[in-house]
Design a protein around this ligand. Structure first.
Ligand SMILES: Nc1ncnc2c1ncn2[C@@H]1O[C@H](COP(=O)(O)OP(=O)(O)OP(=O)(O)O)[C@@H](O)[C@H]1O
Length: 406
């Protein structure tokens, strides 16, 4: 009797739990539908914002300022379409390789323009998805895309990401071993080694004759499909991030005139872009400028405490209270500060690590990887008497002055 009542009781409770589970599944389905709808509405609104910005600009092409015929808005809008020979492949890679459901505004325009052989300057806020605009075309083209990027940490980030989506890429920088450099360079002219992207620092272009001669060979074999210059504003002395080696990148377009170039930046003004155009020897590039209204960014300015202990204490309590489960970067003025701020944060129980040019390349890579995988929470930055702390989506790190604004 008792046993039967017990079983009935368990059965009733099981029924209740199952009914509740069904209810939760239903609610999840409704929420997912709502989320998809909100995504659609957000994209449509972003698109409208871009169109409004586009309409407000005199032209999306720098040809206008030279008195030459401007690319009409209509012509530009044609590049937002999907009736190019490569369109099907583009969408396939977007979904199957990059696992993204749709393009963000202006990405498709940039991709279509570069795939049709035009030189492009893409000015888009940080995090909006500029990299896709050369990574995806790299997969739709024969041969390799050369990506010039100023920071080894950015290169490593990109390589880690490309590896995770099974896109073959390589990098060459000052810390590449001779053997590694040799095998990457050999791969650049070997059609059986399918590097789709090769990341290099501007210093390599400026200093490595071997690299230039390999590129020359790849060009002659029609295996150099595109040149991407990341942080293109670094070319100009008018910009805040001028890098002398960027000044020498004009050699690329002079040596490989048939290869389309795409320059990417989040910060350039039109004066800076004009300067970049000259320095890179690019003739009549199309400039695409996205709107810079970043509703997902939050800025806060705080007065820095004069006492360094107290200021680190402020920083630590801010990280612990507001960003406990996130990581980010704290920029500082010097390598010494990077070391001392990170050790002060460590003493306060925060997983922090310094990151600067004087570190052993293997240690740097190690810190970067641990930070990217959330095993380190912080990098830091002090600017005079005011702390400006940049917390990005998921990470915090302690680095010496930023070379790029990123
Ligand atoms: N169409 C898209 N839909 C959803 N997410 C996207 C799309 N395109 C790019 N992203 C994502 O946006 C994030 C930022 O992209 P990315 O690093 O290319 O930005 P960025 O503009 O190059 O930034 P930075 O100026 O820092 O180089 C990445 O996680 C990327 O996967």
């Amino acid at each position: 009797m008792d046993g039967g009542a017990g079983t009935r009781d368990v059965q009733e409770r099981l029924d209740t739990v199952e009914a509740e589970l069904e209810e939760v599944d239903l609610q999840i389905a409704v929420l997912q539908q709502k989320k998809a709808e909100l995504h659609r509405r957000r994209d449509a609104l972003l698109q409208r914002l871009e169109e409004a910005c586009d309409a407000a600009q005199p032209s999306s092409s720098s040809q206008a300022s030279r008195g030459e015929p401007a690319a009409s808005r209509q012509e530009m809008q044609r590049f937002d379409g999907s009736d190019f020979p490569w369109s099907q492949e583009v969408v396939q890679h977007l979904q199957d390789t990059f696992h993204l459901p749709r393009f963000r505004p202006l990405q498709l325009r940039a991709i279509n323009l570069t795939l049709s052989g035009r030189d492009v300057f893409l000015v888009m806020p940080t995090g909006r998805g500029k990299s896709l605009c050369y990574q995806l075309p790299a997969l739709c083209s024969k041969g390799l895309t050369l990506v010039v990027t100023p920071l080894v940490s950015l290169m490593e980030d990109q390589l880690m990401y490309l590896q995770s989506i099974s896109v073959s890429a390589a990098m060459l920088n000052a810390s590449s071993s001779k053997e590694h450099a040799k095998s990457v360079m050999a791969g650049m002219t070997d059609p059986t080694v399918p590097f789709r992207l090769v990341y290099v620092t501007p210093e390599k272009i400026a200093k490595s004759k071997l690299l230039m001669s390999r590129l020359e060979k790849a060009y002659k074999a029609e295996l150099l499909s595109r040149i991407a210059v990341d942080e293109v504003h670094c070319c100009s002395q008018w910009g805040h991030d001028f890098r002398p080696d960027y000044k020498l990148l004009g050699i690329l377009k002079r040596q490989f005139p048939k290869v389309p170039l795409i320059g990417l930046t989040a910060t350039a003004t039109s004066t800076i872009l004009k300067d970049c155009e000259k320095i890179l020897s690019v003739r009549q590039p199309v400039t695409i400028t996205a709107s810079f209204n970043r509703t997902n960014l939050y800025y806060e300015v705080r007065v820095k405490n004069c006492d360094s202990d107290a200021s680190v204490e402020d920083m630590a309590s801010l990280i612990k209270s507001k960003y406990q489960h996130q990581s980010g970067i704290v920029y500082v003025f010097s390598q010494k500060d990077a070391e001392s701020v990170s050790s002060a944060l460590q003493k306060r129980g925060i997983l922090a690590s310094p990151y600067h040019a004087n570190m052993d390349p293997t240690d740097k890579s190690h810190v970067h990887r641990r930070w990217s995988t959330n095993k380190i929470q912080v990098f830091s930055s002090s600017l005079g008497t005011v702390y400006v702390m940049g917390f990005f989506d998921v990470h915090v790190n302690v680095v010496t002055p930023p070379i790029t604004t990123g």
